[in-house]
Design a protein around this ligand. Structure first.
Ligand SMILES: Cc1cc2nc3c(=O)[nH]c(=O)nc-3n(C[C@H](O)[C@H](O)[C@H](O)COP(=O)(O)O)c2cc1C
Length: 369
């Protein structure tokens, strides 16, 4: 028994991370418990968080054979940008909680893997420094602030440093009930702060998170409506996409209000628990949008096969959230690069084994009926 214990796989150092879950294990070793709980937690009973994975796992792919898969092309054009592959890095707040170089390391790592990084409103490194570290395009994620003048400045600041898409998060008028954070009293560590949201009082650094009994956050605007989207469009110079749409109804409204794209997302299961898995919501949104604008997808993507599944159901590209933060925590910029490269290699392998060689060929035909 003693021998078995000392050799238990949990304790053995990983010889090499070969997939995203290996990076999850590495990240856990590197992070203090409170940061770990912030990173991996979901809302409520984490039913939606688990469902994101369960529903992706439940979809089966259809292998096809003898189709010459010697050349695989993963390139695409999205919002007039040529991208090497359809794997983007979702906006995530507070990268310095995971690595001392924060978003600068994430941008460097993303660039080395040819991945777009969507910079969060709650970045802990100044936009200029993130842009200086970036070699691939940056997009900007907006949490609309109660102070509209400040919100406008934030958008214009992001545009000035070269962010090419404005990704407005619409699923967070209030934060979800994230019990793990609440239990640990998650707060920003000393010296770490939101570097680009000027003018917000520093008293409550855990933006958007419910650490007290109040559901509202001073960093989120619960009064936001579709008119706010019209207002943003009136001055934004970059295409505006809406992040966090799960229903046909909201997808139609998004189009009426001029969204250039829609990101189907349940915020990684961190907001409304018992909402459906993102992958369950994707087909409905794709149907409502009917090809008029690109539909993007996030929530539970961990395997190259997941990317194939999302694209088969109509997504043009996917975003990953936690996995690149695992890479960041485990090994800084290099870890981020490795996470994207591993996922991309799996994606290319899955494409080949489904008998397709370009993104255009990924259709519902690759799914097992
Ligand atoms: C630690 C963490 C912080 C996040 N911060 C933000 C944020 O600042 N803005 C935002 O729109 N979404 C945020 N999200 C949600 C992600 O953009 C994304 O929707 C989600 O992580 C995708 O699911 P996945 O983690 O299963 O890949 C955050 C997610 C995590 C895990």
């Amino acid at each position: 028994v003693r021998r078995l214990k000392t050799r238990s796989p949990r304790r053995a150092p990983l010889p090499k991370a070969v997939n995203l879950f290996d990076f999850e294990a590495l990240a856990q070793k590197h992070l203090p418990l409170v940061a770990w709980e912030y990173l991996c937690g979901g809302a409520g009973d984490e039913i939606t968080l688990r469902r994101n994975r369960e529903c992706l796992d439940a979809i089966r792919l259809k292998p096809r054979v003898l189709r010459d898969v010697s050349q695989i092309d993963t390139q695409l054009t999205l919002f007039d940008q040529r991208l090497d592959h359809p794997i983007l890095l979702a906006p995530a707040a507070y990268h310095k909680v995971f690595h001392p170089q924060g978003e600068a390391a994430a941008a460097r790592g993303a660039g080395a893997a040819g991945a777009v990084l969507v910079v969060s409103s709650f970045a802990t490194v100044k936009f200029e420094a993130i842009a200086a570290a970036a070699k691939a395009p940056l997009w900007f994620q907006l949490y609309v602030q109660r102070d509209r003048a400040m919100t406008r400045e934030l958008v214009q600041h992001a545009e000035t440093v070269g962010c090419r898409v404005l990704c407005v998060t619409v699923d967070t008028p209030v934060g979800g009930s994230r019990n793990r954070e609440m239990r640990r009293g998650f707060n920003l560590p000393p010296g770490v702060k939101m570097e680009n949201v000027a003018g917000v009082r520093g008293g409550s650094p855990s933006a958007g998170h419910i650490t007290s009994g109040d559901i509202y956050s001073e960093h989120l605007d619960p009064s936001m409506t579709w008119e706010t989207i019209d207002w943003l469009r009136s001055f934004a110079k970059t295409p505006l996409i809406l992040k966090g749409i799960l229903t046909k109804e909201d997808a139609r409204l998004a189009l009426e209000h001029g969204a250039a794209g829609i990101l189907v997302s349940n915020h990684g299961g961190r907001n409304l628990d018992t909402a459906p898995a993102s992958i369950e919501a994707l087909p409905g949104v794709v149907e409502a949008v009917a090809g008029r604008v690109p539909v993007l997808f996030d929530g539970g993507v961990r395997r190259g096969t997941d990317v194939v599944k999302a694209l088969a159901l109509g997504a043009r590209a996917v975003m990953i959230g936690r996995p690149y933060l695992w890479g960041l925590a485990a090994d800084g910029a290099e870890g981020v690069t490795q996470v994207v490269r591993l996922l991309l290699a799996e994606f290319r392998s899955a494409m080949a084994l489904c008998g397709v060689t370009s993104l255009a060929q990924i259709s519902p035909e690759v799914l097992w009926p």
